[in-house]
Design a protein around this ligand. Structure first.
Ligand code: NAG
Ligand code: NAG
Ligand code: NAG
Ligand code: NAG
Length: 476
């Protein structure tokens, strides 16, 4: 009897259908979506190498064709603050490393670095050095960027200054703090703006709050700032810290995590600046085993949409050392599981998606979203079941009934993103698929056949089932 009631309770839970009303126009809380919401960050020293890989062009173009807008590119990271410009260097970059899997501790770069950057299709933000305290050098690099890049969008001066120390050259032996950094950013921006324009991406903080910079940098410097960048990594594997995939992909966990940035986004917008998660990805220091997985693909979908809802205009997903990058979307001869999430969320947003709304309150494992056209009609729905499935036990399923549709009866089509389980890795041969058979070749060409599933509509409602660790788009 006890066993029977457990089974019964399980069945009732499995069959529980949650009802979600689809507002016929964007509800309060809906936000406009930047065409380049899903963008890319590329580590400074590795950027020329990325331009040599066919995967780069193909992976970016797939995203661009889904949104009818190119992803923006930010070139920067730790090595931007180790780089010195050499106007007579023939190569794009020059450095020595003991292993090709290492990042250089010092490097030089030449004018052809900017020629390569000028060939990127999207808007490009270039991250230059501040830590080495060579303002004349960064100015000459920025002037070269400005003259050779028609696609130049913004310039950073320094990366994650929260990690500078009193022994950094920029500290000039007098200590380092958030308030010193703010004065220093002000000094550099106002010194360089007369030559470069009001083109700076300010803050570029990992742990400091960007609101402090906005409120205390002063109006002259604030005027030179075009965009505000905050870096965001939900987890870290640094120093042996442990990572957790169920936590990474948890819908309620993502809602709670991104809420920390809402006030910063609002502060930036109140001063007329775009607010970007200007460098982001799943877990730092090698990814802790969770970054190359299908669960990370599901995380990307939910994280992108929740970040947009709290006011992040773009997310720049970081790409590091080629061949040694757990959270990368593609490499020399591979397209990794997370890329499937970037493609799926881009397909949901589409070329015609103008506004998104969350249709759930963020308290459960099931995420539901709607995307609306510029004329405020619902275009597509998304269901993401963030319950963790790792192939142990049976795979639970969530049923969602969408009500209030404009269509009374008939059929709609749906497309599924799935994999054997949340730990599945395409680089280990796992079948991560879009629409049953859609995948990507080793150089990121679309391959296979994507199919849609028919969903019956009756009484202006439809019901879909989504397995644990799976996502589904419904086309209205
Ligand atoms: C700059 O590049 C030129 C040409 O390759 C080279 O001769 C020179 O040593 C470089 N200067 C520095 C400081 O690296
Ligand atoms: C390139 O860097 C190496 C040190 O990593 C240096 O020995 C060499 O002179 C540099 N080449 C140029 C052209 O600057
Ligand atoms: C969120 O929605 C669930 C139903 O999905 C409901 O049980 C819960 O009370 C809601 N929580 C809040 C804070 O509104
Ligand atoms: C999860 O799926 C992968 C295939 O993608 C498989 O290799 C692995 O064994 C599965 N995990 C478990 C615990 O069965």
């Amino acid at each position: 009897m006890a066993r029977f009631s457990v089974i019964l309770a399980t069945l009732v839970w499995l069959c529980h259908v949650r009802a979600v009303a689809v507002p016929s126009s964007p509800p309060s809380g809906a936000v406009s979506v930047d065409p380049s919401l899903v963008s890319i960050s590329i580590e400074f020293f590795a950027f020329p190498g990325y331009t040599q890989m066919s995967g780069t062009n193909n992976c970016l173009n797939n995203l661009a064709s889904l949104r009818n807008a190119q992803p923006a590119i930010r070139i920067g990271g730790t090595t931007q603050d180790r780089a010195t410009y050499n106007a007579s260097l023939a190569s794009a970059v020059n450095y020595t490393v003991s292993s090709p899997l290492d990042a250089p501790t010092s490097l030089t770069y030449g004018p052809s670095f900017f020629s390569l950057a000028s060939q990127m299709q999207g808007q490009v933000t270039v991250g230059l050095n501040r830590q080495l305290n060579n303002q004349a050098n960064s100015l000459s690099a920025a002037q070269r960027a400005k003259s050779s890049m028609g696609n130049l969008y913004a310039i950073e001066l320094g990366n994650e200054p929260d990690l500078y120390s009193s022994s950094s050259p920029i500290a000039s032996g007098t200590g380092w703090s958030n308030s010193i950094d703010i004065q220093n950013e002000a000094k550099w921006f106002t010194a360089l703006a007369p030559s470069l324009g009001n083109i700076f991406q300010g803050a570029v903080y990992l742990s400091w709050n960007t609101q402090t910079l906005i409120s205390s940098i002063g109006s002259a410097a604030l005027n030179t700032i075009k965009t505000i960048s905050r870096h965001s990594y939900p987890q870290s594997a640094c120093g042996g810290a442990s990572t957790n995939l169920p936590n990474l992909m948890s819908h309620s966990g993502i809602v709670s995590y991104v809420s920390q940035y809402k006030a910063e986004a609002t502060a930036a917008h109140n001063d007329g600046k775009k607010f970007f998660l200007g460098e982001t990805n799943s877990a730092t220091c090698g990814g802790g085993g969770i970054s190359p997985t299908f669960g990370a693909a599901l995380w990307i979908i939910d994280y992108v949409l929740q970040s947009a809802l709290i006011g992040a205009d773009r997310l720049y997903f970081h790409h590091g050392t080629i061949g040694n990058c757990a959270y990368c979307w593609w490499g020399q001869n591979n397209v990794y599981s997370p890329y499937y999430g970037a493609v799926f969320v881009s397909e949901f947003l589409g070329a015609d998606g103008a506004k998104i709304a969350a249709l759930d309150n963020g308290s459960s494992a099931i995420a539901t979203y709607a995307v609306y056209s510029s004329s405020n009609t619902p275009l597509r729905l998304l269901v993401l079941n963030s319950n963790y499935f790792d192939s142990t036990g049976s795979r639970s399923s969530a049923s969602v009934q969408f009500t209030g549709l404009a269509t009374a009866s008939g059929t709609k089509q749906a497309k599924r993103l799935t994999a054997p389980n949340a730990t599945s890795r395409t680089d280990q041969g796992a079948a991560v698929t879009i629409g049953g058979g859609g995948t990507f070749s080793s150089t990121c060409a679309r391959q296979g056949t994507e199919n849609t599933e028919s969903v019956a509509v009756g009484g202006n409602a439809l019901t879909v089932s989504v397995l644990a660790s799976e996502a589904l788009i419904v086309y209205l």
